[in-house]
Design a protein around this ligand. Structure first.
Ligand code: CA
Length: 244
């Protein structure tokens, strides 16, 4: 358990606290908030403003790693997962107005090595696509590997079409696999052989993922394995068919 100082009573003013949770090698941390009540920032424009009291969660060392979120008010933060094996919390309070603070539980789990979409760990509503073939039997959620009933199919065979996965958290992505099949109706083979990978932190501005020193656009064939353990600081991934 992790709790704010004095919990369940009100936390003191003028605090700068750090908490660090470290997992053994090949393990990950999941942090689940049970209660959350920090001084609210009524003028908050976006998530993460929080001028008075705040809790920051970092995927790694504080200030030096990707910031997962900055939280205040009474809304319980979402479940948080580390991808670095280290999770840090910085708790700051100012000189006035104290609330009950927070309590959170953490679990150390084995790093998931396979099967995000296939295992259902990524839920249906996290998978969307540019278009879907006309009769709703070829939906984005059917893009999972080894899906036994059809597969996602866009309305056109074009490189404008994409499938998009909202990962919700910072994730270490170790590979992407594609799959195809022979159509029962036409007897033709339909396989994704190459694609372009785009990434985004906000779902609006997309950047083509490139690797290697010369920043060449990647063309991946059939089964793709990205370099060892690539550290992704993006929370969205979009794939589309890529025609050179
Ligand atoms: Ca305060």
């Amino acid at each position: 358990m992790i709790e704010s100082p004095g919990f369940p009573d009100k936390y003191p003013h003028n605090l700068e606290c750090s908490y660090m949770i470290m997992a053994p090698p090949h393990m990950d941390i999941t942090l689940t908030f049970l209660t959350f009540d920090l001084e609210n920032d009524p003028l908050m424009v976006g998530e993460g403003d929080c001028k008075y009291d705040w809790l920051e969660v970092w995927d790694g060392l504080p200030q030096a790693s990707p910031l997962i979120g900055r939280y205040c008010g009474t809304k319980i933060p979402p479940e948080i997962q580390s991808s670095s094996g280290l999770l840090s919390l910085s708790f700051h309070t100012d000189m006035a107005v104290a609330k009950d603070g927070f309590s959170a539980r953490y679990n150390i789990t084995h790093k998931e090595v396979t099967g995000c979409m296939e295992s259902g760990k990524i839920s249906d509503d996290q998978i969307t696509a540019s278009t879907t073939f006309y009769d709703n039997r070829w939906l984005p959620r059917q893009a999972r590997l080894n899906n036994d009933d059809n597969a996602w199919t866009p309305s056109e065979d074009s490189n404008k079409e994409f499938i998009q996965v909202d990962l919700h958290f910072l994730k270490v992505l170790t590979g992407i696999a594609t799959q195809g099949a022979i159509s029962k109706e036409t007897q033709k083979s339909y396989y994704v052989t190459t694609f372009k990978l785009e990434v985004s932190t906000n779902g609006e501005d997309w950047m083509v993922y490139r690797h290697g020193k010369n920043h060449k656009v990647c063309l991946y064939y059939a089964h793709l394995h990205l370099a060892n353990k690539l550290y992704w600081t993006w929370t969205w991934v979009r794939c589309s068919k890529y025609n050179d």
